[in-house]
Design a protein around this ligand. Structure first.
Ligand SMILES: *Cc1c(COP(=O)(O)O)cnc(C)c1O
Ligand code: SF4
Length: 336
């Protein structure tokens, strides 16, 4: 399907401009999708707690006129966010409190999470990040240097995971500087980047970024975050191709979300699509029980049944590991 002229023009702009033009209110998004507020009870109050934010590249993948579109559901503020669900709290895994103390989170053997920025290009309603008002902070250079020193001082660390927020929201020169510092640390084998930008803002995959990643003597791994096959458009495919062509290994992690991808067909299609573009399915996460996200929950029993169906359909390497976070555990907990 061809895109309107105004959209074609939008996508010729650089990623920062595209980001600045992202949808930031319900009315504009509804108008764009030919929806009326009567189609689905949206919640202005929920949007006040955690703003709506959706790049056009992602919104363009939604089906016009469908209030139940699986991509729209991931970003639309709804009244259920204000309900209290038993077992849901503000910091279900206990990481966020820790992340305010230090930007280097060392929970698992040999690898650390390095949180450079709390911002994201998209605000996913199911994210635990929604409960943290400091989410837009970017690490100062001094703190970043201190974090790099922590990694330099600990020879047991072989992998640094740039995380956030979304680490690819750092600009190219900032990222280049950081990666060059990591490149100089002998005991590091891998630099891993956890980012949703290749999916929601593929214009972020600039030549400069590729240059930075290519020159690194470390193995570079990018774990993208895609929940539904409809998120993969031509721009996303091009971004993934550019990355893999330049020697970067791509994995995907998804969150199992009610009303988004909680059926075997959707999960199978997601794996098939991802793999056809060079992305290997890695994790399928059970929802972290963060306040405001209860309406997305899929029970562990349902999740198991779903993944068994996927397993009965696809080759083993297309079946993501079903995992959950457990405070205090030595790794993510494999459910299946
Ligand atoms: C998820 C996570 C990792 C990475 O775990 P892998 O199983 O290697 O993908 C590392 N550190 C923290 C704190 C995490 O939450
Ligand atoms: S951290 Fe990931 S899941 Fe959370 S809002 Fe950002 S992109 Fe979405």
């Amino acid at each position: 399907m061809s895109e309107p002229q105004s959209e074609i023009q939008h996508f010729t702009k650089n990623w920062q401009q595209q980001l600045a033009e992202a949808f930031n209110n319900i009315e504009d998004l509804y108008r764009y999708l030919n929806l009326s507020p009567d189609d689905l009870p949206v919640s202005v109050a929920a949007a006040e707690n955690f703003a709506l934010r959706v790049p056009l590249s992602f919104a363009a993948c939604m089906e016009k006129g469908n209030p139940h579109d699986p991509l729209l559901r991931q970003v639309l503020p709804v009244k259920e966010e204000l309900f209290a669900y038993p077992g849901f709290g503000s910091d279900p895994v206990g990481d966020l409190a820790a992340a305010t103390q230090s930007s280097v989170l060392h929970k698992y053997h040999g690898r650390v999470l390095f949180i450079n920025t709390g911002s994201c290009a998209i605000n996913c309603r199911y994210c635990f990040r929604r409960n943290f008002p400091y989410a837009d902070l970017q690490l100062s250079k001094q703190k970043e240097n201190a974090a790099v020193q922590t990694i330099r001082d600990d020879a047991t660390i072989s992998e640094v995971i740039l995380s956030g927020g979304d680490p690819l929201l750092l600009n190219d020169s900032r990222l280049n500087r950081l990666i060059q510092q990591l490149d100089d640390i002998k005991h590091l084998k891998r630099i891993r980047i956890h980012s949703r930008l290749p999916i929601v803002l593929p214009a972020r995959i600039t030549e400069e970024l590729i240059g930075t990643l290519r020159q690194s003597p470390k193995q570079v791994v990018i774990v993208v975050h895609c929940n539904h096959a409809n998120e993969i458009n031509e721009r996303v495919i091009t971004a993934c191709k550019t990355l893999t062509k330049n020697g970067i290994t791509l994995f995907n992690q998804s969150v199992l979300l009610k009303g988004v991808n909680d059926n075997a067909e959707a999960l199978c299609e997601l794996s098939e699509q991802l793999f056809s573009h060079g992305v290997i399915p890695y994790y399928l996460h059970l929802l972290d029980k963060a306040t405001g996200t209860g309406h997305f929950e899929v029970s562990e029993a349902e999740a198991l049944a779903l993944v068994r169906q996927v397993q009965a359909t696809l080759p083993g390497y297309l079946v993501p590991k079903l995992v959950k976070e457990q405070a205090g555990a030595v790794s993510k907990q494999t459910v299946l």
